[in-house]
Design a binder for this molecule. Structure first.
Ligand code: ADP
Ligand code: MG
Length: 642
């Protein structure tokens, strides 16, 4: 309980600091307005009392003075008007400060999310839930907290201004008011806590419901939904989710309303009793009618201010709890430790040393003791069946995760000692599950080096290397064509959609934007390409790869003829390595895989997707000459080395 309170106090202090940093002048103005609007009600009530006394002749020597009555009436009107204007002004200033705070909070939230160096947070449901809570907190929680603190100042002043009056006329009233407040604070806090707990509890359901809802309107999902007829199923699941989440918050709200209604009745009863007591004092001539006006106004004002605090307390409690999630996310430790040793350009190579890795602590191993050397300036081909761990190895090399055991060495130094940014700056990679952005063709490529976003020449060089320049140039608006049908461009024109293979080459071009990359990683870069296009891409890439360390991954063995060395990954371990011929001679996994792929095309050796020439050499014939290449191609490895 006390830790919860301490947490709330910390959150409130953080909200205050945030507001102050976002808009110090705004906060000061808010405070000034809170002071004024806090004091004014007492002044207005006192003027009203003087007026009533003047009218009833109970106010001493000047009581029946007409000018005085007029002045008092005018002053009352002016003060009432001023209070109203200041309240409106306060709403405006609150909105202005709220906007600044909101911008600041959102910015920090996404800054923190961007600061995750690895991928784990994005695959961890608990972190996803926390991000979602933090996002909803960022919408208004700190602002609500600020509001509450200012209202507290305002209401405290109002109460202070009136409480004396209440106590003078009927002291027991003070006790009654305090009692009512204590009960309603407790009720409200409990109700609000329940609300915030509900909000946290339904987050997983909400996220799932979003997922189904998005599916129903997703262009990519539309085909399967229509063919398989899964629409009603997804619709039902989306609705069930919505029913569950809204039902839970409605239940919490119902409890809150019940508590508040009970308290409002009690408050009204107390006010009624007080009115009777004071009215009898007036009749008995112990106090004036003006005093009674003042007393009634005081009771109403104190009750109003107290219930405002209580209501605000509820909102603040909810906001503070949500804001706590935000603060926890912002203050969470880095998911991966950064290194600080900036290495010299790669000279020897990259080495995997007994690398073990699994995605979840108790889960199956994806890599189980990988030993592999990528020599500097050479191309290593990595083959293996689906799920062998090829893409996992790439992700570890980019340090999206750290190995559980073993090390990855960059010229002999553990990559964990390098700044993550520096490591990634030296890598050009096309991932198997690359991104397709709803942006123009030029931007889709230029994102590979955002510092060159406007450099169309560079974009075209990359596109040419990836073998997609001609096709992109031929689009309705050339490189300015939007590669999406989800948006329209500045002329309200809808974009075009590329085929899978075209997208793959765009992704490849994106990774080639980083011209000074020391390590080139291509994870199945041509799986969506036809054999001709694949050959063109590899020819173009061969020149780009010259002198660069590369890791080429493919399930199509023919694609790896470009590699200087081939490693076979099997069940998370490198089980064979060598040249194509050595591996064929070995008669192990590679030979088996090769035979299987050759088998697929045995009836059609000229099939463009087949292993081509290689398939025609009976296994294990040594030194199969690669298929004739175009005259422009400059081999970077002597043929004899193959
Ligand atoms: P490959 O690229 O060789 O086909 P992967 O490296 O993608 O294989 O996958 C290796 C194993 O790790 C597979 O069993 C796969 O299911 C699992 N795996 C891959 N990515 C994830 C992930 N993000 N979370 C959990 N398991 C994963
Ligand atoms: Mg893969």
């Amino acid at each position: 309980m006390t830790t919860a309170v301490a947490g709330r106090v910390r959150a409130a202090a953080a909200a205050l600091r945030l507001g102050w940093r976002a808009s110090p002048r705004g906060v000061l103005l808010q405070l000034l307005l809170a002071l004024l609007t806090g004091v004014l009600p007492a002044v207005v009530a006192y003027v009203a009392k003087l007026l009533v006394d003047a009218l009833t002749g109970a106010g001493g020597p000047h009581a029946a003075d007409g000018t005085r009555v007029a002045w008092l009436a005018a002053a009352g009107a002016v003060l009432t008007g001023a209070t109203a204007v200041l309240n409106h002004l306060s709403t405006l200033v609150t909105a202005l400060v709220g906007r600044s705070v909101n911008l600041e909070v959102q910015d920090r939230l996404y800054e923190r999310v961007n600061a995750y160096r690895g991928l784990r947070p994005f695959e961890d449901p608990a972190t996803q839930d926390r991000i979602q809570l933090a996002e909803s907190a960022a919408q208004g929680a700190p602002h609500d907290v600020l509001d509450f603190l200012l209202d507290l100042v305002r209401s405290t002043l109002t109460i202070a201004g009136f409480l004396g009056t209440v106590l003078v006329f009927w002291p027991p009233m003070g006790g009654l008011l305090v009692g009512c407040v204590a009960v309603s604070v407790l009720g409200q806090v409990r109700a609000s806590r329940a609300m915030a707990d509900t909000a946290a509890a339904v987050v997983p359901t909400t996220r799932r419901q979003f997922f189904y809802r998005r599916l129903l309107t997703d262009a990519r999902a539309a085909k399967e939904i229509r063919l398989f007829g899964t629409g009603p199923l997804f619709r039902r699941r989306a609705l069930d989710g919505l029913r569950e989440t809204t039902g839970a918050s409605l239940a919490a709200l119902r409890r809150g309303v019940l508590v508040q209604s009970g308290l409002a009745s009690v408050t009204a009863a107390v006010a009624g009793v007080a009115a009777v007591v004071v009215a009898r004092q007036v009749l008995a001539g112990r106090i004036t009618l003006g005093d009674m006006t003042l007393f009634t106004a005081a009771v109403a004002a104190v009750q109003g201010a107290l219930s405002a605090i209580v209501m605000q307390l509820g909102r603040a409690e909810e906001a503070l709890q949500l804001f706590g999630h935000y603060l926890a996310l912002i203050g969470s430790p880095p998911d991966l430790e950064d290194g600080d040793r900036v290495p010299a350009p790669l000279r020897q190579g990259i080495t995997f040393e007994d690398v073990w890795f699994r995605y979840t602590p108790g889960g199956p191993w994806a890599l189980r003791g990988v030993d592999l050397h990528l020599p500097h300036g050479r191309a290593v081909g990595l083959v293996g069946v689906n799920g062998a761990g090829k893409s996992t190895l790439v992700k570890l090399l980019c340090r999206f995760y750290d190995p559980e055991r073993g090390r990855i060495l960059w010229d002999g130094a553990d990559i964990r000692t390098m700044p993550v940014k520096e490591l990634r700056r030296r890598i050009g990679a096309t991932f198997q599950d690359f991104m397709t952005y709803d942006l123009t063709a030029a931007e889709n490529i230029a994102l590979g080096a955002p510092e060159h976003l406007g450099d169309l020449d560079r974009v075209r060089v990359a596109a040419t290397r990836a073998g997609i320049d001609r096709e992109l140039k031929g689009l309705p608006r050339g490189y300015r064509t939007l590669l999406s049908r989800a948006f329209t461009d500045e002329d309200e024109e809808s974009g075009v959609l590329l085929s899978g293979g075209q997208w793959q080459r765009v992704a490849l071009a994106r990774s080639l934007m980083r011209e000074d990359a020391e390590l080139l990683i291509l994870d199945e870069p041509s799986s969506g390409l036809d054999a001709l296009a694949e050959r063109q891409v590899h020819q173009a890439l061969r020149r780009h790869r010259a002198g660069r360390t590369s890791l080429l991954i493919s399930h199509r063995l023919a694609a790896l003829r470009e590699a200087d060395l081939i490693a076979v990954l099997f069940e998370g371990r490198v089980v064979e390595r060598g040249s194509h011929d050595e591996l064929i001679l070995l008669g192990g996994r590679y030979a088996e895989l090769f035979a299987a792929q050759a088998e697929g095309y045995r009836d059609d050796p000229d099939h463009p997707d087949g292993p081509g020439d290689l398939a025609r050499h009976p296994v294990p014939t040594p030194v199969p000459t690669p298929a004739p290449r175009s005259a422009t191609e400059v081999p970077d490895v002597p043929e004899g080395a193959r």
